[in-house]
Design a protein around this ligand. Structure first.
Ligand SMILES: [Cu+2]
Length: 537
């Protein structure tokens, strides 16, 4: 894959910002509109086997070639990476309460990792930069699914290389089910009326190979080709009155505003699970890493298109250079002449709802995070430095602020948080559900409520970072530990980590995790605390 070093977008921003933005052009990041003539590729459901009560998956990161026609010439083999295939990966699926394990094999020529985005799990299983998988190596994380039904995803998280690995094609969905989702009146036949839709944008060079710009231009690569599940110009046949789309923004930098020109949609779930009730919206904004489950109503015989309209990026300096002025179709839905009935979207609370609920009055710690150009609280990512230490069982408020007029997003590993307020106001409905990633409009303060239930580790941290992948790779990330009450772990240089810091760091931790993974399959999955009781409401 070539890295392109054009500075056009940045130069345009600089010039126009300097000129007071007079004569602003429509867009310097336009998206091509292909014919919608290819059936949407639906990632297969991953096979699994149950070994000693553990649902065990395997994933192999590998090289391959993919046709992205009509964005590239017919017959062009674009070099891509995928899990168990040439591009993207199968959809993993598991039920709350299940023990799961994954054998992650790296058949690439370089180190990678696999992070379970949105998953509550031990830090050693998280798949961040400390759990590197060397070429030829296999990593065996294992944990218990203990969170609400949700559309999560998995992708590499190697130190400084996340953007390139995801952009080449390494990403897949991880769907969780629970009692509430099983009993819900929601379309739920995978690939038929319950369809994963991974939205990504790409740049191709003259030879049809993937390009990433590395000129430091903001906000990172914005591609002129938008694809769904790797299909350019995709259509999906609809055979039911309603279809549920599990939308994932798997792009490196582009934020979408997804909806339909001719109808509204029902938002049913955000990153971490179902809302209290469906919310009818015109569109839903998704920054890189964010997900939304939406239900769309169709009439027999009609055709409509999921579309991204001009995304409201908040007070960014030059929206025309950040993708904010781009509008384009994403996916065509073609309804059959006869549609099977679908119920109105409806569901009840999970039996775990009371325990899952977060309560602001429980918050005992408030932390602040200021995001600048590439730093958080003035620091760039250092694998040998612990930035924050949280105590298991604690409920915390994180006040997060994007201090510059550029787009950023904020992702916290291990937890699902609730957006309490944005500049003191209640969040809009699409941000009111469980979240693990949130777009940060410039110069607004987001107060996030989260609880660190269990899984303590004095050594291995979780990450928080900007999920715009260039920003993340360039250091916009910090590390936090979750420790037992009374632990003497503190922020600062972590000797046991500092000794490993650098390219080889992950290897050691990766091997440690091998052992931990093997051991924890047998003995109950790592240090856990008794769940705190929450008897509010
Ligand atoms: Cu950022």
């Amino acid at each position: 894959m070539r890295r392109r070093a054009t500075a056009a977008a940045l130069a345009a921003v600089t010039t126009l910002v300097a000129a007071g933005c007079s004569g602003v052009p429509g867009s310097v990041t336009p998206v091509d509109e292909p014919e919608f003539a290819q059936e949407l590729a639906v990632p297969p459901l991953a096979e699994s086997r149950v070994v000693d009560g553990v649902r065990t998956f395997s994933l192999t990161a590998q090289e391959g070639t993919t046709s992205f026609a009509p964005a590239t010439d017919a017959g062009t083999a674009t070099e891509t990476w995928g899990f168990d295939g040439a591009y993207l990966g199968p959809t993993l699926r598991a039920e709350r309460g299940e023990k799961v394990a994954v054998e992650v094999t790296n058949d690439l020529g370089e180190t990678t990792s696999v992070h379970w985005h949105g998953m509550h799990l031990p830090a050693a299983m998280d798949g961040g930069p400390h759990q590197a998988v060397e070429p030829g190596g296999t990593w065996r994380p294992a944990w218990t699914i203990d969170q609400p039904a949700a559309t999560l995803w998995y992708h590499p998280h190697p130190h400084g290389q996340t953007e390139e690995h995801v952009y080449r094609g390494l990403a897949g969905m991880f769907i969780l089910d629970d009692d509430a989702s099983r009993a819900a009146d929601l379309p739920s036949t995978y690939g038929v009326d319950d369809v994963p839709v991974v939205v990504q944008d790409k740049v191709f060079d003259d030879d049809g190979q993937l390009e990433l710009s590395d000129d430091g231009g903001e906000p990172g690569t914005l591609g002129g080709t938008v694809m769904t599940n790797g299909t350019v110009g995709a259509y999906q046949e609809v055979t039911t009155e309603r279809v549920r789309l599990r939308l994932l923004n798997g792009s490196t930098a582009r934020t979408y505003s997804l909806g339909f020109a001719d109808r509204q949609l029902d938002l049913v779930a955000t990153d971490g699970g179902l809302l209290d009730a469906p919310v009818r919206l015109d569109e839903v904004r998704l920054a890189p890493g964010e997900r939304a489950e939406v239900v769309v109503e169709m009439a027999p015989g009609e055709t409509t298109r999921l579309r991204s309209s001009e995304a409201d990026l908040g007070g960014v300096a030059a929206p025309f250079a950040m993708g904010g002025n781009d509008a384009f179709d994403v996916l065509e839905l073609r309804a059959a002449d006869e549609l099977a009935p679908s119920p109105e979207p409806a569901w009840g609370p999970s039996r775990h709802a009371a325990g899952d609920a977060l309560h602001e009055q429980d918050a005992s710690v408030t932390r602040t995070f200021d995001l600048d150009e590439r730093t958080i609280n003035g620091e760039r990512m250092d694998m040998g430095r612990i930035d924050e230490v949280a105590t298991a069982g604690a409920t915390e408020i994180w006040e997060v602020r994007n201090t510059i007029p550029m787009p950023h997003s904020f992702h916290v590993h291990d937890v699902q948080f609730r957006v309490l307020t944005i500049d003191g106001e209640a969040p809009p409905p699409e941000l009111a559900g469980p979240k693990d990633t949130v777009y940060l409009e410039p110069r607004r303060t987001y107060r996030l409520l989260m609880r660190f239930d269990d899984y303590t580790d004095d050594r291995l941290p979780y990450m928080y970072h900007c999920h715009m992948l260039l920003h993340e790779d360039e250091g916009m990330m910090g590390q936090f530990l979750v420790v037992e009450p009374g632990s003497d772990a503190a922020p600062g240089r972590a000797g046991h980590l500092a000794g490993h810091a650098g390219p080889d760091d992950g290897a050691d931790d990766g091997h440690a995790a091998h052992d931990a993974g093997a051991r924890q399959v047998g003995d109950g999955y790592g240090p856990r605390r008794a769940a705190p009781t929450h008897d509010h409401g």
